[in-house]
Design a protein around this ligand. Sequence first.
Ligand code: GCU
Ligand code: CA
Ligand code: CA
Length: 641
Amino acid sequence: MMNHKHCKLIKKSGRSLLLANLALAVSSAAWADCSYTITNNWGSGYTGEIKVTNNTNQTVNGWSVSWRDSGTITSSWNASLSGSNPYTATSVDWNRTLAPNASATFGFQGTGSASVAAVSGSLCGAAASSSSKSSVAPSSAAQSSAAPSSKAASSVAASALILQEGQNGFCSVNGTIDSDNSGYTGSGFANTENAQGTAVSWAVSAANSSRYTLTFRYANGGTSPRNGSLLINGGSNGNYTVELPSTGSWTNWQTASIEVDLVQGNNSVKLTAVGAEGLSNIDSLQISGGPTAPGSCSGTTSSAPKSSASSSTTTSAASSSSVPTSQCNTVMGYATRSGRTGGAVSVTGGGNATPIVVKTFADLVKYATDSSPRVIHIDGTVGSGWSGTNGDRLSIGSNKTIVGLRPGTQLRAPIHIKNASNVIVRNLVIKGPGSNSDQAWDNLNIEGTSKNIWIDHNEFWDGQDGNADVVKGADNVTFTWNIFGYTTNGGHNFSNLVASSDNEPVSEGKLNITFMFNHFKGVAQRAPRCRYGNIHVVNNLFTTGGLPSQMAISAGVQCKAVVENNHFIGISEPVHQRSGGAAEVRGSNIFENTSGDKTSYGGSAFVPPYQYTSVLVDGSRVKGMVEAGAGATLKDAAACK
Ligand code: GCU
Ligand code: CA
Ligand code: CA
């Protein structure tokens, strides 16, 4: 392994107006190649994932990692588990071979309290800790009893994107791609000519206007610094200086990190030598902090955070967010329309109402059900838990925005949106009572004359009936960046129902729904299962979570489905055929280890009546983006309007 221990301070030299208030971030050597993520946490237990990335330039055959967990691990999947605090996980046959830059992810479930742990292992590199991710011990410390490094109660680690020379997202170097100094990753490194003004350029596509950490891996065998000036989108989204001092030798690679704002859509990132000796050699650029993908080198760049996401034919409060540092994405899709073919509608929720912070379920109910527009921020866990049709259930009326203030904010009550319009729900974790066999309440039920509803960045786990059902004539709903998951097979892992029976004629022409950037995880059926509606299922990730899968998307009686650029992994019948319905399977869907139906049937479906191609990504990018961004992950949800 190379030495990644050192990191260098980076100073910002200039600021655009937009960035005037942003603090400088000092590097944190985020070269962690084994990341521990708490994927769900219900207090008495949790599930987690460890992602192991081969960040060397050699293919590895077999890997193992160790960590000391704050709880007791009761089961695991996709790796072979041994030991007991420390635990050791070893690769299984099908994930033992990792090419350079490839990763393997395995999962586990534990009892007790969850805490992000430090992971060590031969592929874990040497890196410092950061607050929301694991810290990683050097490989020599493998098997040692590394202590948990972070007190984060719940965190979802964003997986990092690494751009290497010769791959998408690496655009150009004024010089050469070399491989004569060892210790590089990928296929080499960028060596600029030794002259002022020579540069290396990349392109990064960001799902949201948000703060990201850029980490440059570099070597400088000269004696003086070879600093770069860093321009984001030609300078319109940031102008910094990246210090790249001597590392003592051309084979000693170190990292330098800086926090920058990227804007939603394509971004150009250009590092230009400020001195006559050119830049230090640059091995790679890592981008972390949120969902990103390699961008287009020839693509146009966005110059303002509000420009690219929402439909050009719609308006919304979200699209005029004045908080470029947040992860706020904007509402798109059918929520922004009137019916199936009508015009644009603003989805503003509580709009500009002064936010009310609630700490109790009683207060939440009071404001969520009254007749005024409300922006309600939930501070801490609320609700008493629930089972059957007893216990707390939250009804939400019209013109409401309900937001969890922190990542992983738990609402221990299912949500009911009946005959309400213009509602936004974000950043909440809602979990069923553990038994999803008795088919009582859905985690989220939208019904009646409800319309223009946006459900964004939430987690719906183990719905006692469904996770998020839209029924009885509700209309114009968009689901973005949610996790719909089951952690146990209760026999009714049926996640998303659109119309609950063939006898819902009230639903004809209604039930127009968009699902984009969601993660369906461990769902046996109904991901989603539709009657009567038009459903646009685009850029979603489908995985089994180790549980049996029966079928994902299914369009029956008078339902039309557009199935576009999704990634299905291990799913039986990704597109299950039913008589009376139609599914149009198009674009770059990826079917990985799937079986059964996956083709179009029933004729052409429909043309989505809204603009979405500016945020559409290729199917190959969905897994990375959705794993990094889906769920109640918003750090700054209060700023999202
Ligand atoms: C050496 C080294 C190159 C480096 C160059 C320089 O030739 O091998 O990788 O770029 O010095 O001074 O820039
Ligand atoms: Ca050089
Ligand atoms: Ca490289």
